[in-house]
Design a protein around this ligand. Structure first.
Ligand SMILES: CC(C)(COP(=O)(O)OP(=O)(O)OC[C@H]1O[C@@H](n2cnc3c(N)ncnc32)[C@H](O)[C@@H]1OP(=O)(O)O)[C@@H](O)C(=O)NCCC(=O)NCCS
Length: 182
């Protein structure tokens, strides 16, 4: 079997490309309404959960990075201690108010919440985006009720920028620009 492509490491985490064998672990997250509570209602289900098939469609979309921006994507987030798949985090391209943006995305299995792991992943992704990919600006799109997500965005150095509204209602844009070296 081919070794999956590693993207970046932090103290406790390895982020690597998703592989087909991640389907069960990813579906275990996406079938849980608590994990999906602050996501837009993409699938057919009113509680925002995804079916196994919908999870596979998303996973397949990201197998080689984002199809239109292969350097971006959602990446398997692995706890180095025990090799467990504990979430998926990454960088996603969007166009907001006519402007191309890159979002830092994070989801950590609720069994591992409140250990600073999302903050650690987000900071690792921030450094990778600025230093390896040469990006100069990052955002997070967050439903106002998602207090934990706001805290993760702030922990990586973002600040509230604006409120936007789409077909699902209001969401907040947090943002940061690459710090000037020196
Ligand atoms: C948001 C999420 C990634 C946070 O993961 P985590 O690993 O628990 O985050 P951290 O441990 O790094 O915690 C970051 C901060 O949020 C706080 N926090 C975590 N969960 C919280 C909660 N449910 N309510 C309030 N604060 C919370 C932590 O105490 C910490 O605060 P501090 O910086 O003041 O110490 C996780 O809750 C999750 O995966 N949620 C579902 C997916 C999701 O909503 N993703 C974001 C979409 S925009």
């Amino acid at each position: 079997m081919n070794t999956p492509t590693n993207i970046l490491e932090t103290d406790r985490l390895l982020l690597r490309r998703l592989i087909p064998d991640d389907l069960d672990a990813l579906y275990a997250l996406y079938r849980d309404p608590e994990m999906r509570r602050y996501f837009p209602p993409e699938g057919a289900s009113p509680d925002r959960t995804l079916t196994r098939e919908e999870t596979w469609e998303e996973l397949e979309w990201f197998l080689n990075g984002h199809p239109r921006h292969p350097e971006l994507g959602l990446w398997a987030t692995i706890l180095k201690d025990n090799g467990a798949f504990i979430g998926r985090c990454g960088l996603l391209p969007w166009t907001i108010d006519g402007q191309d943006e890159v979002e830092v995305a994070y989801m950590i299995d609720k069994a591992y919440w409140r250990r600073g792991l999302a903050s650690e992943a987000a900071s690792g992704i921030r450094d990778y985006a600025f230093q390896q990919l040469g990006l100069s600006r990052l955002i997070c799109m967050i439903y106002p009720e998602n207090v934990a997500s706001v805290k993760v965005a702030e922990s990586m150095g973002m600040a509230f920028e604006k409120e936007c509204v789409d077909e699902h209602g209001p969401y907040w844009v947090y943002s940061m620009t690459k710090p000037v070296a020196g």
